[in-house]
Write a protein that binds this ligand. Structure first.
Ligand code: PHE
Length: 342
């Protein structure tokens, strides 16, 4: 077939061409106009053709080229208008899937649960400052002058005022509450505390405590024990066992540490309980008469108990979290696991 007829038949082919997608249009462009496209062959054949035919052939080839280009333009335009049509039929009044919901931090979940249990027993929530003075953190709690907790190694002091420090426990709020309230009082005091510790899987320089205080006439150690047993059974389950081990705090006498029975069946149980089956959850005791007196409460008339628990520790127990640092790293893969928990 002579070049002229060949082009005329291609022209018909091109003019009839339809596209089903933008990719289709692009493939067509490459086939004809690409670096190795068929137009190259057409031009090569044109060069070889006799000179007297070149004028007419040249016109035809130009027309053919324009035809290809306008097919491509039309194909691309169709693609765009399809897209426009599609968005025009989208129903914008349809309800969407809802915004992605955040999750409560596990420490907030547990803090709320602990407070809920104690509130149902008649405790009310109170808070105090994180930056405190020596009186509320140490002296008012019967810490002797040379007590190691007062050491720079354990406590963050404020540079410009050595009397000011970051509270190392929420017991400081006990001192504030006893000074401003009249007994009877039943208070829980949640908050952050700070200690100069190297950060590891088991320790952090900042953590959370919930302090409890009950002062009234005739408060006994039996009341303390029953309150803590009841708390542990509400929090960990009705058949939870606790034990009290004698301990020492400057501001309580007698003092105890409370363990919950964790179990000793698996290797993990053995490891986390150090082979005993028991895990410590809090410190407690009868408020030392000297502490009541320092706060202006008559210790011959009133008695009290106090306890302080670590929220991280209890959360790790409840959710079997092996590394304390997970609470403070804001890793969404960790935090999302608590979605839907209140
Ligand atoms: N404040 C103590 C601590 O941080 C805990 C505690 C609170 C002990 C109340 C007895 C009474 O370790």
């Amino acid at each position: 077939m002579k070049l002229k007829e060949q082009i005329q038949s291609w022209l018909e082919e091109v003019e009839a061409k339809t596209f089903s997608s933008a990719d289709d249009v692009e493939q067509f462009r490459i086939d004809w106009l690409g670096r190795k496209g068929r137009m190259k062959d057409v031009m090569a054949a044109f060069k070889e053709s006799p000179n007297e035919e070149k004028r007419e052939l040249g016109k035809l080839i130009n027309q053919f080229k324009q035809s290809i280009e306008s097919r491509i333009a039309a194909g691309l335009a169709a693609g765009t208008s399809d897209a426009i049509e599609e968005s025009a039929v989208h129903d914008w009044t349809r309800p969407d899937g809802g915004a992605p919901a955040g999750a409560h931090h596990p420490l907030s979940v547990v803090r709320r649960e602990i407070i809920g249990i104690l509130e149902r027993m008649g405790f009310v929530v109170s808070e105090g400052p994180e930056i405190e003075d020596d009186w509320h953190v140490f002296s008012g709690l019967n810490f002797p002058e040379e007590h190691p907790a007062r050491d720079m190694q354990d406590t963050f002091f404020v540079d410009r005022n050595p009397d000011m420090l970051l509270r190392t426990h929420t017991s400081s709020v006990q001192v504030r509450e006893m000074a401003r309230r009249e007994p009877p009082m039943r208070i829980i005091m949640p908050g952050r505390v700070f200690r100069n510790e190297a950060i590891s899987a088991r320790a952090h320089c900042m953590f959370h405590q919930i302090e409890g205080l009950y002062v009234d006439k005739g408060v006994s150690f039996a009341d303390l024990k029953q309150t803590l047993l009841r708390f542990a059974q509400e929090f960990f389950g009705a058949d939870t066992k606790i034990r009290l081990r004698p301990s020492y705090f400057p501001f309580t006498e007698p003092s105890a540490e409370v363990d919950v029975y964790w179990g000793l069946e698996t290797e993990v149980d053995k490891r986390i309980t150090k082979g005993t089956g028991w895990l410590e959850i809090l410190g407690c005791g009868m408020v030392d008469p000297a502490v009541l007196e320092a706060a202006g409460i008559d210790s011959r008339e009133y008695a009290g108990f106090a306890f302080g628990m670590g929220v991280e520790r209890i959360t790790m127990l409840k959710y079997q979290i092996g590394d304390l640092r997970a609470f403070f790293e804001s890793d969404l893969r960790f935090l999302r696991q608590f979605q839907g928990q209140y």
